[in-house]
Design a protein around this ligand. Structure first.
Ligand code: OSB
Ligand code: MG
Length: 371
């Protein structure tokens, strides 16, 4: 049981080393919502809300998450004794949506539990891996050549999966160019909902490039049209945006709307929901991997811990700190070996990295707390 005494919210600004463009928009500086949770014994943990600056991935933003946590989530939880495994269902009872806001708090409870048990986040989640395989997600570039350059560099650095963001007009030629340059690389594409079922023949042109998968080609809430599309593609479909809960994962499996799931704990409301999706997928022989939302080193700690579970058999979007930031807000920074692996902290209590509070203070643009 955890008795939550206080939740503090902060917004920090952290410029990306280079702008990141997906089919629906571009970001060059992250506005990141960080939480600090304190329990009645004075233990504290940091967590990160992965909502974006603008609602082009999901309807949530850092501002809606701030409001949801302050107005509805914190008041519902403060000063009560609640098990970390019960938070997800409790919040689902009467707060609709706001999954990223809920997840930031729910995952903080898991970290407090880990801290209290003197155990790592990986271990309390049921993680078994000591290292996780790392992939990179490359934003949309101005030309196929520019993308080939980035992909070749990433391949040389050891990334085990290279994801190419695509959109209409910047798809087949781009993927073809990268495949031409990197014959043996594990490539995939991510469309972030940019296509319609009427584009099925066009998307089938990607089949010849041997992609590991195509991620979320159709509408962010769709399960049905993806099943029709999957029946017309050899390339496996991976769902990201469409999988918001274990119920949607079950729909995907029943309808055969895809063959792989990207689990982002923020998107699905936290760790309890992530584990349910992981377990259901495992029962059905569906591999999963951990997606990313351009997290700071704090959010990354949660993703790496989750990716240590057994059915995370494909490389995650878990790139090292230096791929995103001039300097991260944790110590040590997240690094990758030349063989594309990232070490899972398993023998340190809690999230496994030290948070640089002085630096966070310097980067903070607003803060508040609820007690
Ligand atoms: O669709 O996976 C996505 C970033 C922002 C919004 C959506 C997505 C992404 C990424 C980033 O692909 C992956 C990363 O964090 O490295
Ligand atoms: Mg995606």
């Amino acid at each position: 049981m955890i008795n939550l005494r206080q939740i503090s919210l902060r917004e920090i600004r952290l410029p990306l080393r280079e702008p990141f463009r997906i089919s629906s928009g571009v970001v060059s500086e992250r506005r990141i919502l960080l939480l600090e949770l304190a329990d009645a014994d004075g233990l504290t943990v940091w967590s990160e809300c992965v909502a974006g600056e603008y609602p082009n991935y999901s309807p949530e933003t850092i501002d809606t998450a701030w409001l949801a946590i302050e107005q509805w989530i914190a008041p519902k939880l403060l000063s009560k004794n609640i098990d970390h495994t019960a938070i997800y269902d409790l919040l689902e009872q009467d707060i609709r949506g706001h999954d990223m806001a809920k997840a930031a708090v729910e995952m903080g409870y898991w970290a407090l539990f880990a801290q209290r048990s003197n155990s790592s986040l990986s271990r309390v989640l049921g993680g078994t891996r000591h290292d996780v395989a790392v992939g990179i997600s490359l934003g949309i570039q101005a030309s196929p050549d520019a993308l080939v350059q980035r992909a070749a560099t990433a391949h040389g650095e050891g990334y085990q999966k290279i994801k190419l963001k695509i959109m209409p007009g910047r798809d087949v030629d781009y993927v073809k160019a990268v495949r031409g340059a990197l014959r043996d690389a594990h490539l995939m594409a991510d469309a972030n909902n940019a296509y319609h079922i009427a584009d099925a023949d066009h998307l089938a042109k990607l089949d010849e490039f041997g992609l590991m998968m195509i991620e979320q080609p159709l509408d962010r809430t769709d399960i049905v049209q993806h099943a029709k599309l999957q029946s017309r593609l050899r390339t496996p479909i991976c769902l990201d945006e469409s999988i918001t809960s274990v119920d949607r994962a079950r729909d995907m499996i029943e309808l055969q709307s895809g063959r792989i799931i990207n689990i982002k704990p923020g998107r699905v409301g936290g760790f309890t929901s992530s584990i349910r999706i992981h377990d259901l997928a495992q029962e059905h022989g569906i591999p999963v991997w951990c997606g990313g939302m351009l997290e700071s080193g704090i959010g990354r700690a949660y993703n790496v811990a989750l990716a240590s579970l057994p059915n995370f058999t494909l490389p995650g979007d878990l790139s090292p700190s230096a791929r995103y930031w001039e300097r991260d807000i944790v110590d040590p920074e997240w690094t990758m070996t030349e063989r594309g692996m990232m070490r899972v902290p398993r023998d340190v209590a809690g999230i496994g990295v030290t948070v640089d509070v002085n630096r966070i203070d310097d980067l903070t643009v607003r803060q508040t707390s609820a007690a």
